[in-house]
Design a binder for this molecule. Structure first.
Ligand SMILES: Cc1ncc(COP(=O)(O)O)c(C=O)c1O
Length: 427
């Protein structure tokens, strides 16, 4: 069982006050707070073993190398990968997806297609758009009115031309959990490479890459208690091994002459230059922390919180409160995106002020700024999912996202503050 109060005691940041209030942090989908265990692991490395990896024949370099390699093993186990050579350390999920667009994109030709969805984060859209200059076409699976992916639409859009299917596991705006195992089966039956953006799933629920059967998965350390600047690309070994390096430089080579070079073994051939050693060590400590809690418990805790949020939403009586995503907690992760009165793109195109369009609408930036004055940190804006905003017919929303340190009291604080916001803004 998750006890948020006990968990909070591991996070020094919760000792501080924001404008005279306790910090209620509801932006973990953007980045999570860091427990002392993660910070200590990084400090310990710097104080005791700091040196470069895979090159020094001396004690502290060997220690650093051991720590770095052990982090890879640990991350590999955490996501159910059977071989740590399937783990490439990158900067973040964004870099992992750019890596795939570059490396897989090399063999794509005019007329090839890539299937994405309208609910993708920009990091799973923009890198693929780079390939349009080769004549590669992008197609997008639609969503239903319930915020779930439209599987019939997926089946109608996949074809022999579809070389890659790349989809998010959990939407960072809707919270929708996509049936990635089933989609992977469809993609593979079609002969497509299947990529999962695990940025919002790996931190929040048990994820087993072997069970899902995906070819690649991308995720970020900073969204799962780890430091920023470290992320993971998982790839099925043979497929990963067959790829051309993403970046060239030191560490990733076996031999270099002035004319040509040969590559180091996978995964080192994909980690050019000095890696983020402390980042990998910090991520490994984060993985230990999460494993200690149990990912089933993490998931259950978030489901309970979301269920409570949906109940509070009805009880709160906040006028014109609209929220997005599936209503069934089993079908969604720990994010709650909402608006107090919607502001539609058309209204802005007409250059009318919000007040003159819809008196009950409060801009999400005003919501977030006002909530901050009560100590609450939430996100507002398009959440790096502009196409999804367009699909929903909105310009922006506010988003509260939950994690292991959040409690029902935090949800109460959110709705109490939202009532005050509405009073302050809506006449
Ligand atoms: C679903 C999803 N994919 C990818 C990313 C990109 O993560 P990062 O900025 O750490 O690369 C995010 C970040 O919010 C996300 O929510």
């Amino acid at each position: 069982m998750i006890n948020p109060e006990e968990i909070k005691s591991h996070f020094p940041i919760f000792n501080r006050e924001i404008k005279g209030n306790r910090l209620v942090y509801l932006d973990s989908a953007a980045t999570t707070q860091k427990p002392v265990e993660v910070v200590d692991a990084i400090v310990d490395y710097y104080y005791n073993s700091n040196s470069n990896v895979h090159r020094g024949i001396y004690t502290i370099s060997e220690e650093a190398t051991e720590l770095y390699d052990a982090s890879r093993e640990n991350v590999s186990h955490f996501i159910g990968s059977k071989d740590s050579r399937q783990i490439v350390f990158v900067r973040n999920a964004t870099e992992a997806l750019n890596f795939l667009s570059y490396t897989l994109g090399r063999s794509l030709t005019e007329g090839d297609e890539i299937l994405l969805s309208v609910m993708e984060h920009h990091s799973n859209i923009v890198p693929w758009q780079f390939l349009k200059e080769k004549g590669v076409r992008l197609k997008f699976v639609d969503i239903g009115s319930d915020g779930n992916l439209d599987l019939e639409d997926l089946k109608s859009k996949i074809s022999k031309r579809t070389k890659i299917v790349s989809l998010t596991h959990v939407s960072n705006l809707l919270g929708t959990i996509n049936p990635v195992k089933e989609i992977g089966r469809i993609a593979h039956e079609n002969g497509s490479v299947f990529i999962v953006d695990g940025a919002q799933s790996v931190p929040h629920m048990p994820v087993d890459v072997e069970d899902i059967g995906c070819d690649f998965m991308a995720f970020s350390g900073h969204k799962m208690l780890g430091p920023s600047g470290i992320g993971v690309l998982y790839g099925k070994f043979d497929l990963l091994d067959s790829l051309h390096p993403f970046m060239g430089g030191g560490e990733m080579i076996r031999e270099v002459s002035l004319e040509e070079s040969t590559w180091n073994d996978t995964p080192l051939k994909f980690e050019a230059g000095t890696p983020n050693i402390e980042g990998a060590i910090g991520l490994s400590a984060a993985v230990d922390f999460l494993r200690g809690l149990g990912m089933e418990n993490v998931r259950r805790h978030e489901m309970e919180l979301v269920s409570y949020v949906l109940q509070k939403e009805i009880e709160s009586g906040i006028k014109d409160l609209v929220s997005y995503g599936p209503r069934e907690v089993q079908e969604r992760g720990g994010v709650y995106s909402f608006n107090i009165g919607e502001i539609h793109p058309l209204d802005l195109n007409r250059k009318l002020s919000v007040e003159s369009v819809e008196t009950s609408a409060v801009h999400p930036h005003d919501v977030a700024a006002d909530l901050d004055s009560y100590g609450l940190s939430i996100r507002s804006g398009h959440h790096c999912a502009m196409p999804l905003n367009n699909k929903l017919g909105i310009v922006a929303s506010s988003r509260a996202s939950f994690y292991i340190y959040n409690s029902r009291e935090d949800v109460n604080a959110l709705f109490d503050a939202l009532k005050k916001v509405q009073k302050a803004f809506v006449r």
